[in-house]
Design a protein around this ligand. Structure first.
Ligand SMILES: Cc1cc2nc3c(=O)[nH]c(=O)nc-3n(C[C@H](O)[C@H](O)[C@H](O)COP(=O)(O)O)c2cc1C
Length: 323
């Protein structure tokens, strides 16, 4: 696999509410070639909204970061993309435009996957952002809007003509939300339709699945979202599989708790009181471990690193069958 832009083979997907500084750090340590910030609203940035800007804060020395913008006004998207490029400098890998989010509060404003219903507007956004920036510009979208009506290959062509440097395809229709399974064949059809790189996304839960997607679709890179939640090891597993090497052994219970602890520490250092965000990450790290259901209940009340640490210790010290 060549990798997107010759550099990125395994990519952590943008995930609103999940892909913060700490999560990006642990995924990179485990081999993610590129990580994304949470999606940012072009409109919010244009109002200099502090909460929106905070989403773009990077760790010291953090590089190879993708930023995903959402919105539907070509001029606002263009001006904010230019601002991001200037702010992030060399740390910015590329700017992606969200054309796949199916959440009601996003599509009701004409953003996210609603753009798949208006390819002309989508193309005009890509052209405007390209015009305003010097970085690579990509778009991430789904198989189509309505279940059964696959528009992704045509849509991709349209965006390629507008100047997109690459596209990412998640093989579900917007109307499906996250139901059913992702169709990987659409990724192959998009790959056939365009000559720009194509990133494949959807339902990669193991290193073997990453290789399988690459073989079936010819995609230039794979992007992983839910498979990385509580499981940053998936990136080293995917890389090994893509390189034809044996996959590193699965993390032990101790490894998982140690990673959760490290993640919580990073969040505390970088986000301060925002460590309550750790609750969902902690639940993902311990899912399936002995005592996980008791831990889940306790995590819900954690507000500081020390609160999380007490639960981690409980899990570590537990004898089989004790909790
Ligand atoms: C919690 C969560 C937040 C997400 N936020 C975004 C987002 O901000 N932008 C985006 O393009 N996709 C977002 N997605 C979709 C993922 O990037 C990805 O396309 C989708 O989950 C399919 O990949 P997966 O099967 O590896 O999870 C989100 C998904 C989840 C589960």
């Amino acid at each position: 696999m060549q990798g997107l832009f010759g550099a990125y083979r395994v990519i952590l997907a943008p995930m609103a509410g999940v892909s913060d500084i700490a999560f990006r750090a642990v995924c990179r340590e485990q081999g993610a070639d590129l990580t994304f910030t949470e999606m940012v609203s072009a409109k919010g940035l244009s109002y200099a909204n502090e909460k929106t800007r905070h989403l773009l804060d990077l760790a010291d020395g953090e590089v190879r970061v993708g930023v995903q913008l959402f919105g539907h006004e070509p001029q606002t998207m263009a001006s904010q993309a230019a601002w991001i490029e200037q702010e992030l400098g060399d740390a910015l890998a590329y700017i992606d435009i969200n054309m796949g989010c199916p959440a009601r509060k996003i599509v009701s404003k004409g953003d996210g996957s609603a753009l798949m219903k208006d390819p002309a507007l989508a193309a005009s956004i890509v052209a405007s952002v390209k015009n305003a920036t010097t970085c690579k510009v990509t778009a991430k979208f789904r198989r189509g809007w309505s279940v059964g009506s696959e528009t992704a290959p045509e849509f991709a062509k349209r965006l390629e003509q507008a100047g997109a440097d690459a596209v990412t395809v998640h093989g579900r229709f917007a109307e499906q939300l996250y139901r059913g399974s992702a169709d990987w064949d659409v990724i192959a059809r998009v790959k056939q339709a365009v000559s720009i790189p194509v990133v494949g996304n959807g339902d990669i839960r193991s290193g073997a699945a990453a290789l399988d997607m690459h073989k079936r679709t010819g995609c230039d890179a794979v992007m992983i979202a839910r498979g990385a939640q509580g499981n940053p090891w998936i990136f080293s597993q995917a890389k090994a599989a893509l390189d034809g090497m044996p996959e590193p052994s699965a993390p032990t219970v101790r490894d998982r708790i140690a990673m959760a602890r490290r993640h919580a520490l990073l969040l505390q250092e970088r986000e301060g009181r925002n460590i309550v965000r750790m609750r969902k990450h902690a639940m993902w790290y311990v899912a399936g471990l002995p005592g996980a259901s008791k831990a889940r209940g306790l995590f819900n009340y954690c507000e500081t690193f020390e609160d999380f640490e007490r639960v981690f210790k409980m899990l570590e010290d537990a004898k089989p069958g004790q909790i």
